[in-house]
Design a protein around this ligand. Structure first.
Ligand code: UD1
Ligand code: MG
Length: 461
């Protein structure tokens, strides 16, 4: 006996009012469907089947990296019809677990509990008690509390509408039984759809005890139908991630003002100020401090690094003890060794900067290899681009670069060189010498500023 997961995801998602299929809308930087697939994977199923329909090609393309059994539902004739499309791929002795592509916060613990119940009886459903059950199918029980069926909102009597126990949609069932029930579904109901929910009454009619359980967290069963719900789920998701980070030992100035769109691993005693966005895979060493309003994507940050306010860091490695910002931009393929200082209004692109070097003010360093203990003066620019190609600037160890220097790449600077402020360096610079390129300063004695001429033009009356 093995487990198959079916994810129902063929619905159109009309209320999103979007050209993008609903299940591709991101939550925490990841498509809704990806969240559901990730949860399914944790249950170690033999197969994951996705029933898809709306936006078919776009959906399949977005998940080309996943090994999934795609099952096309051409016309969306209801949840029962959707599940029935998968039945030919399933074996009677197996268990099937039904998930939803637009209910992304469902947890493995909740699903495992549902599966445990399905091990004892052929059908188990996940239900919830809601203060406002409007819109959901209602659970019908007999006087002994046994489940006898589910009635949809649109088919329910006034009395049934009072029931507050609702159907979440999640269920686990034995495939053999399910196959029999699904073959008997009809669509004589208010919506003219084949309702998956009708299998509960069929099971009960056969004298089968239908099990039910409830979710660990109320938010786990929430679905996304429109962008308002998407935003609400995003906040819940972010709050959960922030809580986990704090439990793992990260100090957050305000857990409501952190956004995690990927994976963040942090060492001990890291502190993150407000409005920081992490994307992709970010690793922080120990005691990293991040100031407010930073965007950090796919970066590896060493121990004791301080990132001041308003920095953007993308695809970079930052060595132990370095200081970045405020207002610095670290662009892809940058590697900073230990104790590097990058100051305000500095942009670094595709450059390696060795230990102890400083670029503190208003500079652009691109396509550069810089040695250790280099001091780059304010306003230094590597002119790496000739309009067609990028060229390398190579700066040795212990170089001192005066302010407002331009390096016209390709160019090399020897160890220990000093470059006078305001220089335009077009040729290689020898080690240990002072090099500068500067126009001689002039003074013109007695020079007068021009004065404004009296206004000329037609005479006025
Ligand atoms: C369904 C349940 C209802 C439950 C509610 C929980 C039925 C008949 N009703 O109602 O009891 O309270 O979910 O949210 O099952 N889908 C397909 N193909 C289809 C129809 C739907 O793949 O032909 C997918 C949708 O993409 C969606 C899911 O199934 O992910 C649920 O469909 P939806 O139309 O939202 O069902 P509800 O009417 O909300
Ligand atoms: Mg729905």
């Amino acid at each position: 006996m093995s487990l198959s997961v079916v994810i129902l995801a063929a619905g159109q998602g009309t209320r999103m009012r979007s050209a993008l299929p609903k299940i591709l809308h991101p939550l925490g930087g990841m498509p809704l469907l990806q969240h559901v697939i990730n949860v399914a994977r944790q249950l170690d199923p033999a197969n994951i089947h996705v029933v898809y329909g709306h936006g078919a090609e776009q959906v399949r393309e977005a998940f080309a990296h996943e090994s999934l059994n795609w099952v096309l539902q051409d016309r969306q004739l209801g949840t029962g019809h959707a599940l029935d499309q998968v039945m030919p791929s399933l074996s009677d002795q197996d268990t099937v677990l039904v998930l939803y592509g637009d209910v992304p916060l469902i947890g493995t613990g909740t699903l495992q509990a549902l599966l445990d119940q399905a091990a004892a009886t052929p059908l188990a459903v996940l239900t919830a008690e809601l203060a406002d059950p409007h819109g959901y199918g209602r659970m019908l029980r007999d006087s002994h509390g046994r489940l006898t069926g589910i009635v949809e909102q649109k088919d329910a009597s006034a009395e049934q509408l009072e029931i507050r126990e609702i159907n979440t949609g999640f269920l686990a069932a034995n495939v053999g039984h399910l196959r029999r029930w699904l073959s008997r579904l009809d669509n004589s109901n208010a919506q003219g759809e084949y309702y998956l929910t009708d299998v509960v009454a069929m099971a009960a009619g056969e004298g089968i005890d239908v099990a039910s359980s409830s979710a660990g967290e109320a938010s786990e069963i929430l679905g996304v139908n429109d962008r308002v719900q998407l935003a609400a789920l995003e906040r819940i998701y972010q709050r959960n991630r922030a809580t986990q980070l704090m439990r793992d030992g990260v100090t957050l100035a305000d857990p409501a003002r952190l956004d995690l769109r990927g994976e963040l691993r942090a060492g001990i005693d890291c502190a993150v100020d407000v409005n920081v966005v992490f994307e992709g895979i970010v690793r922080l060493g120990d005691r990293v401090r991040i100031g407010p309003n930073c965007f950090i994507k796919n970066a590896t940050v060493g121990d004791d690094v301080e990132i001041f306010a308003n920095c953007v860091i993308e695809d970079g490695m930052i060595g132990n003890g370095s200081r970045i910002g405020p207002f610095a931009r670290i662009r892809p393929q940058t590697r900073l060794a230990e104790q590097v200082h990058i100051g305000n209004f500095v942009e670094i692109k595709k450059s390696h900067i060795a230990a102890g070097s400083k670029v503190n003010h208003l500079s652009y360093i691109g396509d550069t290899n810089m040695g250790s203990r280099v001091n780059i003066g304010a306003g230094t620019i590597t002119c790496n681009y000739d309009g067609a190609n990028k060229h390398l600037t190579e700066i040795g160890n212990d170089v001192f670069v005066g302010s407002d220097t331009q390096f016209i790449a390709p160019v090399k600077v020897g160890d220990g060189a000093t470059i006078g402020a305001g220089s335009t360096i077009t040729r290689d610079v020898p080690a240990n010498e002072l090099t500068l390129s500067r126009c001689p300063q002039q003074t013109r004695p007695g020079w007068k500023r021009p004065v404004k001429k009296p206004e000329s033009g037609p005479a006025q009356d």
